[in-house]
Design a protein around this ligand. Sequence first.
Ligand SMILES: CC(C)(COP(=O)(O)OP(=O)(O)OC[C@H]1O[C@@H](n2cnc3c(N)ncnc32)[C@H](O)[C@@H]1OP(=O)(O)O)[C@@H](O)C(=O)NCCC(=O)NCCS
Length: 173
Amino acid sequence: MSHTVRIRSAAAGDVDAILSLLKPFAEKNIILERDKDNIFQHLQEFLVAEYDDRLAGVVCVHIYGEKLAEVRSLVVDPAYQKHGVGRLLVEGCEKWAKGLGVAKLFALTYVTGFFLKLGYRIVSKESLPHKVWTVCVHCARFADCDEIAVEKMLADTPIRPVAVMPIIEIDDA
Ligand SMILES: CC(C)(COP(=O)(O)OP(=O)(O)OC[C@H]1O[C@@H](n2cnc3c(N)ncnc32)[C@H](O)[C@@H]1OP(=O)(O)O)[C@@H](O)C(=O)NCCC(=O)NCCS
């Protein structure tokens, strides 16, 4: 039986479902904890995966600058894991970040094997800029963080920015 997976930007109506996806993994300190306010504040950074009509996964891309963005809060509902949804979410992040002109994506992760399959390479955490750690200080595991840093260069040529509105002619007489 065939299924459809759609990766799309998150919308305000997804926030409760995103919270439910993230919560069990945040409780195990696999990802950083977020509350509803935090998800709303960062909503434009989130992509979601719909597996048929079910919200099956979520990811967030946080931009630090032209050279760097982070893949965060990546979770696939355990009922839908190992069906390619995680890969599509990360590829969605890459396309989105590239479209914004960002050169490189990184993640701090316990699932190194997953990221290696997607073309990431392991780098030293010390190579990441200091501002990355401003979020990490809120993590329960900050003092003895054993996450691995992985990164991937995105292609040189950025995708052209997406038009939000059609081209409009203005009579400036
Ligand atoms: C990690 C996670 C997002 C992967 O999602 P998924 O939908 O199961 O992954 P996919 O099916 O797209 O897997 C893509 C490839 O990676 C492999 N893979 C998946 N999880 C893996 C793991 N933990 N270790 C090594 N390889 C893994 C798959 O076998 C697949 O390989 P293939 O292309 O050769 O078949 C999911 O397991 C998850 O939500 N884990 C809990 C939260 C978590 O750890 N998030 C990461 C925070 S950085």
